[in-house]
Write a protein that binds this ligand. Sequence first.
Ligand code: 2RA
Length: 457
Amino acid sequence: MQCEFLTASSSLSVAVRDWISSPIAMAPHRPLLGAALGASALAAAPLFVAPSLPKASRSDTTEALQQSRPAPTTAAAGTAGVMVAGAAVASVGHARSRRRINKKLAAPRMAKVSMAAAKVGCVGIVGSSGAVGKEMLACLENRNFPTDKVRLFARRAAGSTVKSEKFGDIVVEEFSLEAAQQCEICLLAVSGDFSLEWSPKIKGGPLNTQVVDNSSAWRYDENTPLVVPEINGEGKCNAGIVSNPNCTTAVGAMALYPIHKKYKLKKVIMSTYQAASGAGAEGMQELEDGLATWVKEGAVPKPEFFAHQLPFNVIPQIDKFQENGYTKEEMKVTWELKKIFGLSDDVKVSCTAVRVPTLRAHSESIVIETEEPINPDDVRELLKNSPGVKVVDDPASLSYPMPLNATGQEDVEVGRIRQSVVFGDHGLEFFVSGDQLLRGAALNAVIIAEMAVKVRA
Ligand code: 2RA
């Protein structure tokens, strides 16, 4: 059965998409999205403990996504498929209103740096034209970052002008070491290879430039701090290179850390529902194009970016497979939680990472076993008072975290908090949705930079 409005003319489709992105249609209880997400993958994978953190890698996640080449692709357009299309088309509209949403962001719970207290002359964004680079500029604007000037570096966009309400018209430049070192802080939204080559050269120099790197290049380097500022930022943000975690780790860490501090984690089993934008702008584009073509022509084109068709599908592979059968995306959660939380080898963390046809915000189903007895009511109270977290957990009013609602929000939503039937009074299960372009990338980097400014003062 096909939904009438999705098979109608393209102008009607546009009208429908506009309606879907309207505030009324974005009311939190739309069953369409819940059903679509419910069809996503879940798995309780065997536990695995990384014997040690991996060496810094020369390959970056985003590039690795253009994995093994695709399999065939005709859209299966059953009822479930139509529902997924509805959800994803809604996300398209939502992405369009992203700028509006960002302007409406709730006051962040992490204190902003006061202009009077500390300030730097210039912040650079290297890789400014990508999905994360653009959000970095938006975060600097939205959070009133204490700098006089922002410089943007991007190879393909060099020469174009970006209009910024706060920082004026910014002409995008080709990256050069000299220009980067004219900034006190450089935010890098580039490949791991670029970061491995340039971060050590950028740091230091006449202005003692600091690098905040969003790639995987330095995450597992023992001399480079891996930081979620609300968790382990204190005393780490003055390093020459500070590394941002992978977005999947950062989103889950916001909920897990307060729980770990109070109840001590023993086991973490995570299953993810990751949006197309986690793979960058091309990922979003392929999802949008695939859905638009399906609306017009009734078939989804062959994928060029993802290994398989994403519309009407979920893909249980993100990044490369490792020797142990996990993907690198999955092992990042194990490696990075260990480093950020300082977990002992006895604490076991496992993840199954799945790409789903949403545009933005990653969701995660998380099961934990703890050393101390734990219960949902106490954890709700704990999380209500934790920075960067918003408890959305009222089943009676159908309130729970969803990616559409988490999109554009600085806080990670946590809900569906319940006692685990597997681990009993030492176990809990919950669901999180967080805007991975913000918490998992741009916002995390900008808050690190805010802390760095304080230290420099
Ligand atoms: C993804 N987490 O969603 C990755 C990006 N770093 O593809």
